[in-house]
Design a protein around this ligand. Structure first.
Ligand SMILES: *Cc1c(COP(=O)(O)O)cnc(C)c1O
Length: 386
C-alpha cells in the first residue's frame, strides 16, 4: 500500500474543526427558515446569526455591526476594493497596492485600471516586506484607496499594518487589508488598528468553505458601494439569503480560534523550526521571504531542481508549488518573481504550510523526504552548475 498522505497545505485550506461541524449540524437540523422571514423561525435564524457575529467580533475586538457576511475572502476583497474605490471616486483616481497580493486583489485592481483608475504597484523589499517609507512616497494628492495584505499566502511575510494604516489616515486614503491568512492565526486587535476594511474567510482557519466576512470600520467616510444587487439584506451592501448554518460555523470557528491562537502559534513555531533545521544545510537551499514571518508557512527554493518534478518526487507530501491558485499553470510564482527571484529559482519553490493538527513526526518525515527527493533528482539529472 502507498504511504499515507501527509497534508502540509494548510495555507490553501484547513480541515473543519469538530466543534464547528457540530455547531453547523445542530443549526442545520434546528432551523430551516430564511433569516429574512419575520415569523418566529426566521427570527430564531436572525438570533443565531447575531450570536455568530458576536463570536467573530469577539475574536477581532470590534463591534458586531461592522461585519458583513460574504462567500469568502475573494468576494470580500472584490467588495472592499471595487466598492471602496468607486465610493471614493470623487476623492481622486489614484489607488495603490502591491504585486505580491493575492489574485483576488490584483485582478480587481487590473479591472479598475481598465475602468480609468490609476494604479501604482509598490515594490516589496527582497524579504517581501513593504517599507512604510516606500509606501508613503507612492501616495499622491489624489490617492484615495490602498490595499495591502496582512500575511502573504505564499511566503508568510507579515506587513506592518499599523504603520501603513497610520500613513493612510494622514493622507485621507481608505485602507483595505486582506486578512485571509492572518485572522484566527495572529492576535489582531482590529478595533485598535488604523484599518478601514478587512477581508477574512472561514476555511483558512478551521472553518467551512464558502463563508467569510468584510469588516467595515464604523467611522465617517468609511463605506463601500455594493457590487451585487438583489434583496435588501445586510443594509443593501451585500444582498442574498444568509446561510445560517455556515455563518454559525464561522462564528464557532472564531470562538475556537480566540481560545487557541497563542498555543497554535507556539506549536507552529516549533514545527517550522524542525522542518527548516532538517533541510537548511542542503546545498543550494534558500528560504524565500522573511524568516520572521508567519510560522505556519515555510517557502523554500533549491538550486538546479525543477518544481513540478520535485512536487512529484515529494509524494506522499501534499505541498504547494507557487500558490494553489496558480499551480495549474507552469508559470513561476509572480509573488516570488516580485521578490527578485529568477524564473528558475521561483520554479523550484515549494511551500510547506503546517497547521494545528500537524505533528512533529510529520515534519520530521517531510524534512527527510525533501532531502532524499532533492538528492535523487540531482542524481537522475545532474544539471550543469551555473
Ligand atoms: C485564500 C485567500 C483568498 C481567497 O479566499 P476564498 O475564501 O478562498 O475566496 C484571498 N486572499 C488570500 C490572502 C488568501 O489566502
Amino acid at each position: 500500500m502507498a504511504d499515507p498522505m501527509i497534508y502540509l497545505d494548510y495555507a490553501a485550506s484547513t480541515p473543519v474543526d469538530s466543534r464547528v461541524l457540530d455547531r453547523m449540524r445542530e443549526v442545520a437540523e434546528m432551523n430551516c427558515a430564511n433569516p429574512s422571514s419575520t415569523h418566529a423561525a426566521g427570527r430564531e435564524a436572525q438570533a443565531i446569526i447575531a450570536h455568530a457575529a458576536a463570536q467573530l467580533a469577539g475574536l477581532l475586538n470590534v463591534d458586531p455591526g461592522t461585519l458583513v457576511w460574504t462567500s469568502g475572502a475573494t468576494e470580500s476583497d472584490n467588495l472592499a476594493i471595487a466598492g471602496g474605490a468607486r465610493y471614493r471616486a470623487h476623492r481622486g483616481k489614484h489607488i495603490v497596492t502591491m504585486k505580491t497580493e493575492h489574485k483576488a486583489v490584483t485582478d480587481v485592481f487590473e479591472t479598475l485600471a481598465r475602468d480609468g483608475f490609476d494604479v501604482t504597484w509598490v515594490e516589496a523589499q527582497p524579504d517581501g516586506r513593504l517599507s512604510p517609507e516606500t509606501f508613503a512616497a507612492a501616495l499622491r494628492e489624489d490617492t484615495q484607496f490602498a490595499s495591502i495584505m496582512f500575511v502573504n499566502n505564499e511566503t508568510g511575510v507579515i506587513q506592518d499594518i499599523e504603520a501603513l494604516g497610520l500613513i493612510c489616515r494622514e493622507h485621507d486614503v481608505l485602507f483595505h487589508v486582506d486578512g485571509a491568512q492572518a485572522v484566527g492565526k495572529l492576535p489582531i486587535e482590529l478595533g485598535r488598528l488604523p484599518v478601514d476594511l478587512l477581508s477574512l474567510t472561514g476555511h483558512k482557519f478551521y472553518g467551512p468553505k464558502g463563508i467569510g466576512a468584510l469588516y467595515i470600520a464604523d467611522r465617517p467616510g468609511c463605506h463601500v458601494e455594493p457590487i451585487l444587487f438583489g434583496g435588501g439584506q445586510q443594509r443593501r451592501l451585500r444582498p442574498g439569503t444568509l446561510p445560517t448554518d455556515l455563518i454559525a460555523g464561522l462564528g464557532m470557528t472564531a470562538e475556537v480560534a480566540a481560545a487557541s491562537i497563542e498555543a497554535d502559534l507556539e506549536h507552529l513555531r516549533r514545527l517550522r523550526q524542525i522542518l527548516w533545521e532538517g533541510i537548511r544545510d542542503i546545498e543550494g537551499v534558500v528560504l524565500n521571504g522573511d524568516p520572521g514571518g508567519f510560522p505556519g508557512i515555510l517557502n523554500v527554493s533549491v538550486e538546479d531542481i525543477e518544481g513540478e518534478s520535485l512536487l512529484l518526487a515529494l509524494e506522499p507530501l501534499l505541498v504547494a508549488t507557487g500558490s494553489a491558485c496558480n499551480s495549474k499553470t507552469q508559470e513561476p510564482s509572480y509573488v516570488l518573481r516580485a521578490l527578485g527571484l529568477s524564473d528558475k529559482q521561483a520554479q523550484s519553490a515549494i511551500r510547506f504550510s503546517v497547521g494545528r493538527p500537524t505533528t512533529r513526526d510529520e515534519v520530521e518525515f517531510a524534512a527527510g523526504h525533501y532531502r532524499n527527493a532533492v538528492a535523487r533528482l540531482r542524481e537522475l539529472a545532474p544539471m550543469a552548475a551555473g
